[in-house]
Design a protein around this ligand. Sequence first.
Ligand code: XBP
Ligand code: MG
Length: 267
Amino acid sequence: MSDELKALIFDVDGTLADNEQHGHRIAFNRAFADAGLDWHWDEPTYARLLAVYGGKERIRHFIEACGPGSGLPADPEAFVRDLHALKTRHYIRLVESGAIPLRPGVGRLLREARDARLRLAIASTTTRDNVAALLKQALGEDSLGWFDALACGDEAPRKKPAPDVYELVLGRLGLPPSRCLAIEDSESGLAAATAAGLITVITVNEATHDQDFSGAALVLDQLGEPGRGFRVLAGDAQGAGLVDVALLRRLHSTFSAGGKAGYHKGI
Ligand code: XBP
Ligand code: MG
C-alpha cells in the first residue's frame, strides 16, 4: 500500500500566478530606469532570459552574456544585489496594486486542500517577500499562515533545476517526498521536484507550454474552475475536469504504486 498524501507543495512564479512577463519583467525594467541604466528587457528578450533561474542570476547573466554597455561599478556583486533589491520593491508595489491575479483554480484548490486537512507548502525561486506579498494580496492578510513551510530564493544553496529548494521544504515540513505532491509550471521546476523524489503535476503557461515534461504525472493547461475545466496535454486525468483534492489523491496513489508518467513535448 502506498503512503497517504499529506501535503501539496506549490511553485509560485508561473504556477500560482502568470507573473513573469507582466510582473517580474516590468519590475526589472522599472529598476533599470531608477538606477539610470538604459537597459530594457522586451518580451522576447525576457522570454529568452527566463532560461536563467533567479532574478540576481538573470541580471548577472545579462551583464556577462549580453555586455550591456560599459560603466559598470567596481563591485559587480553589490551592484547586482542593490539592483535586484530595487526590482523587488517595484515587484511588490505591482503586486499590491492588484496587477497580478492568481491563475484559475489556484485559490479554489488551496481552500479545498485546507478543508481536507492537506498541509500546504511553497518551493520557489523567487524572494520570500514577493511570495508573501502575492499571497496576501490575492488571498487575504492571514493567507501566509495557511502554509506550514516555505522555502524561497537564496535559502537553498542551488536554484532549480537542482532539487535543493524542494529538499529544504520537505525538511521543514518534516515529511518524506512519498507523502507529498508538487505543482509546477516549468521543465526546470519539474526536474527539481522529480530529483527530490516528488510526484508532480504541471500546469503550463505561455512561457513553458513547449517544454519537455517527461516524467510528470499529469500535464494540464490550468487547474480549472467549475464551468471552465482544464485541457489535458499529457497523462490520464482519470475522468476529472478540474484539479481537486480527490484527483490529486488518486494521482498520488497511482504514481506511488508505479503508474506510468505522462510524456509531453511541444503542443
Ligand atoms: C521563477 C524565477 C524567478 C523570478 C524572479 O522560478 O526564475 O527568478 O523570475 O524572482 P520558479 P526574483 O517559478 O521555478 O520558482 O527576482 O525574486 O529572483
Ligand atoms: Mg515556476
